[in-house]
Design a protein around this ligand. Structure first.
Ligand code: FAD
Length: 420
């Protein structure tokens, strides 16, 4: 009897999940598990790494996954603790021959797998979180172009758009007769007060969101509206579902491609693909630079003065006195989401106006954003701080100009700064 553990990480879906399909094919008995890692409770800067909006979105995503597994006669085991320790124990308890999972190329996640491997566990990792398959590239990832535009040109020259998504497995192997009890102590139950009105977690909600987005022909206006600040429709809002893998980037790209076949390609559909390519790019540079992306100096070698208090408190609580920045920081804290333009403005303000440590800013985003994604967060912060691959060496934003360009009538500021 071949027992395999399937470790769900940031791939909380059954459709287009090659690692899960492979595990289903190889196993006689399959143990689907999610581990609430205790690192999420650690606090480096004095706040939790996984804030309440993230927890609520995760909870809904896991409930949806569990329900889908149960429909097929399986289930989701939830365990809490240090991932490697918990999984090691599970391997012993179930006599599993291997753990199958998605590959995550960020330092903490790499370490989790290394610990398991050092203990003799066979961990089968699958790269599956990008829109493109790196095996199709005309270059090896270690030599990929540093600059995004050069990367995009190479991708376009090779006529790569997206890798084809695959179906969910037809059958899921049964569970072993005896399993440890679930422990979800570290994940709060869904809290209505921390539910963002646009984002309900889970693969079912992800698919429903994408369908309505396409049905309402919103891709057509995406390029014109994407830098706006208010509302559900100015940008796609795919990010939170992508971050937890409730839907794959390939699946979204394939559906946008179908949309183009039906209605014709336009600037909006191209620009959506272009932004998804940014997402891929920040993933792939991890293969080239790895741990270096997590140094204070990033790729530059120029050290950062680790200064983040007390101005950090003003920044993160939205009390700097600069109205647009304070509005953005309040929206982030009170909703778990922020438009791309506002993310750029508040990050720039923290780094260039308040002379703060970019890593503290990135940590606050990690705690707050329901779409927190290690690659995109790290990549964008490094980019703005001029410590990544940006040939311009940093992106300071002029707040007065941004206010004039994006909130001339004070509508956004009144929305979030007015007394609750
Ligand atoms: C400082 C900073 C931190 C960020 N942290 C995150 C993060 O933790 N998680 C995250 O998903 N995005 C992050 N972003 C990127 C971007 O702001 C969000 O992806 C976007 O605002 C999400 O909203 P949307 O889905 O409506 O995006 P849309 O504008 O509709 O874009 C479509 C998709 O393209 C991808 N995308 C768009 N812009 C970017 C970008 N600049 N970098 C990478 N992917 C992009 C996302 O997957 C997004 O869902 C960050 C940006 C900045 C400036």
């Amino acid at each position: 009897m071949t027992v395999i553990i399937y470790w769900f990480r940031n791939d909380l879906r059954l459709a287009d999940n090659p690692a899960f399909v492979e595990a289903c094919l190889k196993a006689d008995q399959l143990v689907p598990v999610y581990v609430h890692d205790s690192k999420e409770q650690e606090s480096v800067y004095g706040f939790e790494r996984q804030g309440p909006y993230r927890q609520t979105f995760l909870r809904a995503s896991l409930d949806d996954l569990k329900a889908q597994l149960q429909v097929q006669g399986s289930d989701l085991l939830e365990l809490s603790g240090k991932s490697a320790e918990v999984l090691l124990q599970l391997v012993k308890d179930t006599a599993a021959i291997a753990i199958y999972c998605e590959q995550i190329e960020a330092p903490e996640e790499i370490e989790q797998v290394q610990i398991l491997q050092e203990q003799g566990v066979d961990v089968e990792e699958f790269w599956q979180s990008s829109m493109l398959d790196p095996q199709d590239f005309p270059f090896v990832l270690e030599k990929m172009p540093d600059v995004f535009t050069a990367f995009r040109r190479e991708v376009e020259r090779a006529q790569l758009k997206f890798a084809q998504p695959i179906d969910a497995p037809k059958q899921i192997p049964m569970l072993p007769a005896v399993l440890p009890r679930s422990s979800t102590l570290s994940c709060n139950p869904q809290s209505e007060s921390h539910l963002h009105p646009f984002f309900l977690g889970g693969a079912t909600a992800a698919q429903a969101h994408l369908s309505q987005y396409l049905k309402r022909r919103l891709p057509d206006s995406y390029k014109e509206t994407r830098n706006q600040l208010i509302g559900r429709d100015y940008s796609s809002k795919f990010s939170a579902w992508l971050a937890l893998g409730c839907i794959s980037a390939r699946n979204i790209a394939a559906q946008i491609n179908e949309y183009e076949n039906r209605y014709g390609a336009n600037d909006g559909t191209y620009w959506l693909w272009f932004e998804l390519l940014w997402r891929d790019y920040f993933r792939f540079i991890h293969f080239k630079y790895g741990q270096k992306l997590y140094r204070a100096s990033g790729l530059t070698g120029v050290p950062v003065k680790p200064s983040y208090a007390p101005s950090f408190e003003q920044w993160r609580s939205g009390t700097t006195g600069t109205a647009l920045v304070d509005t953005g920081m309040r929206e982030l804290h009170q909703s778990g989401y922020l438009s791309n333009r506002m993310r750029q403005i508040v990050a720039s303000y923290w780094i260039y106006d308040m002379k703060g440590d970019w890593r503290a800013g990135a940590a606050w985003f990690e705690s707050q954003l329901i779409d927190y994604d290690v690659y995109s967060n790290q990549g964008n912060w490094l980019y703005i701080a001029g410590r990544g691959t940006d040939p311009r060496g940093g992106r300071p934003f002029n707040v007065a100009k941004q206010t004039q360009d994006h909130d001339p009538k004070e509508i956004y500021r009144k929305l979030w700064l007015s007394p609750q």
